[in-house]
Design a protein around this ligand. Structure first.
Ligand code: FES
Length: 103
């Protein structure tokens, strides 16, 4: 059964640029909020909690929850605070990096 994505793209077409998430290529709209673009592309797990390894994905979309943490060029950052730019190489943060330790 196919389920519809909860995020729809706007009517204004944006140039798509190639980024890499956990080694897989994705073509995302340039300039779009990175967390929203990844969610729209079907990415659901952005990191795992350091204690239990539970999966986490964006929740607040305003920089408060830290559940959207990703690693870009060796730096752990909040995806909801970034825009899509060409050739971003996005990885899952290493266990124990950043975020709230909520198990
Ligand atoms: S989604 Fe909450 S900090 Fe990014």
């Amino acid at each position: 059964m196919k389920t519809a994505l909860p995020f729809l793209e706007t009517d204004t077409p944006a140039r798509r640029v190639r980024v890499w998430f956990d080694g897989a290529p994705l073509d995302l709209p340039e300039g779009m909020n990175l967390a929203a673009a990844l969610l729209a592309a079907g990415v659901r797990v952005f990191r795992h909690t350091p204690v239990s390894g539970a999966p986490r994905g964006p929740f607040c979309m305003m920089g408060a929850c830290f559940d959207c943490l990703v690693e870009i060029e060796g730096v752990t950052r909040q995806a909801c605070m970034l825009e899509v730019t060409e050739e971003l190489r996005i990885g899952l943060p290493q266990a124990g990096e950043g975020g709230h330790d909520e198990g």
